[in-house]
Design a protein around this ligand. Sequence first.
Ligand code: ADP
Ligand code: ZN
Length: 233
Amino acid sequence: MGPDPVGAATLVSENFGFGRSRRHGVDIVKGNMGWIEVVVGPMFSGKSEELIRRLRRAEIARQRVQIFKPAIDSRYAANEIISHNGLGIPSDNVTKASEIIDKLQPRTEVVGIDEAQFLGDEVVDVCTKLANLGKRVIVAGLDTDFRGRPFEPMPRLLAIAEEITKLLAICVRCGNPAVHTQRLVESEELIVVGAGSAYEARCRRCFEPNPALAAREAGPLLLRNRSANAGGK
Ligand code: ADP
Ligand code: ZN
């Protein structure tokens, strides 16, 4: 193979045949063009699972893949993304988005980023830069916070992405499609990482955006754990 500073020519030829299904948007990619794919939804909707699936397929196609997640999300494993159903893939911890650029190897073709909502606005510039360098960037993250409000920087990533996948979980109360992440511990902090029991998936009907109030009304039904150590899953 000839010199190919970003390895994108390989990516394109391999993707064109079978790497990307027609269901996904970016069908015709010519030259060294990168792009941004964003996977959003509430907790338990399968974002990590979907990210891992896409990254594994890229690896099977012998593409060079680098995978990052914020260091804050080290609940299950320090150097691995692990989905709630136990799938895993090795990853690099970063404390801030710009570290992704620092750690980028020139020949990397696909960059995966999980829990991007913890990486701040800077991740938007980082993803843009990666795509402009010819990388396929796959970013997963929560699009809404525990109050049901847009969770920056995900809305900005959605705005600049070539392709968007919104996943839904199953509401644990009623079984309907769930778009919300219900916090079960009493805290007004935006980020409360940790215990699996701190969050559950709820539909728009069962979602209680004010958990402190709900906790007072529901009493023992809800955990009252102010010391939950930070988290997304
Ligand atoms: P996310 O990254 O969006 O939090 P994961 O990929 O880590 O999601 O986990 C998805 C898996 O979580 C599902 O395949 C399923 O096995 C499990 N799961 C647990 N609770 C739920 C729920 N309420 N709705 C859907 N899946 C759930
Ligand atoms: Zn419901």
